[in-house]
Write a protein that binds this ligand. Structure first.
Ligand code: TXA
Ligand code: MG
Length: 310
């Protein structure tokens, strides 16, 4: 059911789960003060308990109520990128952040979203935990309609239109004296160079390290029902193509446009809608045009498509 922002605030304060828009993707929100609502998020999504949630704050000024300490440069990162699509993994005040949020870890993820509706709500409710508002494993929701598709009429949804970024926040974690990218996202790694003096490395998920830095990265993600065929599969193995506006594809194919090759932001914005469209059109499989650049936002787009094809 669709609700307005006042109703969203009332429900969140009384321990209910509500879907709200952010600049990245829609979030399934619950108040940090209501552990029973947080538990409900896990059951609604079918989310493994080992996958922690991000705490969303109205302002960076609230951070020290929840973070135990700040690694070097954390303040400058927050100052530069908040409000906005950056999540910082920080040592948590474990006495104020319920273990269910952290999946039992001594750290927590924090971000200050920039979407005006999310900000308006956070101002009234205080901190909210928000995973992406999709069933676990499916592409994230970038419109109210996507949230409705996954959760049906029972879930209260605040419709804020399409999410302008379309990809989740970039997650940075601090380890061994350096920041690294625990999840690629809306902010490309190069954007951190001026603040950090280096481009944070992307944590290699296949590396057999003992410590799991970002648990969520080890679960299946972003996947439509349709099987995605990337290179070296042949284009003629399937009828559907996920492609780009400027390219021409064989005339007998059904092409779903992800965006423009000259504008990666347009691809980011339309990516999850394109993946979801495959399912709504009943595609069993689709060829993905992966011939695009490999720097900046394209890196995140490529990672999401590869994960969706797993
Ligand atoms: O853009 C976003 O970040 C969206 C919007 C709604 O804000 N939220 C989002 O949440 O993408 P979710 O739950 O879909 O992804 C959260 C990711 C997971 O991969 C999780 O493992 C990681 O954040 N995470 C959360 N807390 C963590 C922690 N303490 N340590 C390491 N990773 C953490
Ligand atoms: Mg998610």
């Amino acid at each position: 059911m669709y609700i307005n922002s006042e109703e969203a605030v009332v429900r969140l304060k009384s321990g209910k789960v509500v879907a709200i828009p952010t600049e990245t993707v829609y979030g399934l929100a619950a108040s940090l003060a209501h552990p029973e609502a947080i538990a409900h998020i896990f059951s609604l999504k079918g989310r493994p308990a080992a996958n922690p949630l991000i705490i969303h704050l109205h302002s960076a000024d609230d951070l020290m109520d929840y973070a135990e300490s700040l690694p070097p440069e954390a303040k400058r990162l927050a100052h530069q990128f908040w409000p906005g699509p950056l999540t910082l993994i920080l040592p948590a005040k474990t006495d104020v952040i319920p273990a269910i949020v952290r999946a039992g870890l001594p750290t927590a993820g924090f971000r200050v979203p920039s979407h005006p509706l999310a900000r308006q709500i956070l101002k009234e409710t205080g901190p909210l935990v928000m995973p992406s508002a999709n069933l676990s494993g499916k592409p994230s929701a970038t419109s109210a309609q996507h949230v409705f598709e996954d959760f049906g009429a029972q879930l209260p949804i605040l419709d804020g239109g399409a999410c302008p970024q379309g990809l989740e926040s970039t997650i940075l974690a601090y380890q061994d004296g350096l920041w690294s990218v625990a999840r690629l996202g809306s902010i490309p790694p190069e954007a951190f160079l001026p603040i950090l003096g280096y481009i944070p490395a992307i944590i290699d998920l296949s590396a057999k390290t003992e410590a799991i830095i970002c648990p969520g990265q080890h679960f299946r993600h972003y996947a439509p029902k349709a099987k995605l065929l990337c290179f070296p599969h042949q284009i003629n193995e399937t009828k559907f193509i996920l492609g780009f506006r400027e390219r021409s594809y064989p005339a007998d194919k059904h092409v779903i446009i992800m965006g423009s090759l000259t504008n990666p932001a347009s691809v980011a914005e339309g990516l999850y809608a394109a993946l979801r469209q495959l399912d709504s059109q009943g595609a069993a499989s689709a060829f993905v045009d992966m011939a695009f650049p490999s720097e900046g936002l394209w890196l995140t787009i490529s990672e999401r498509l590869r994960r969706a094809a797993e």
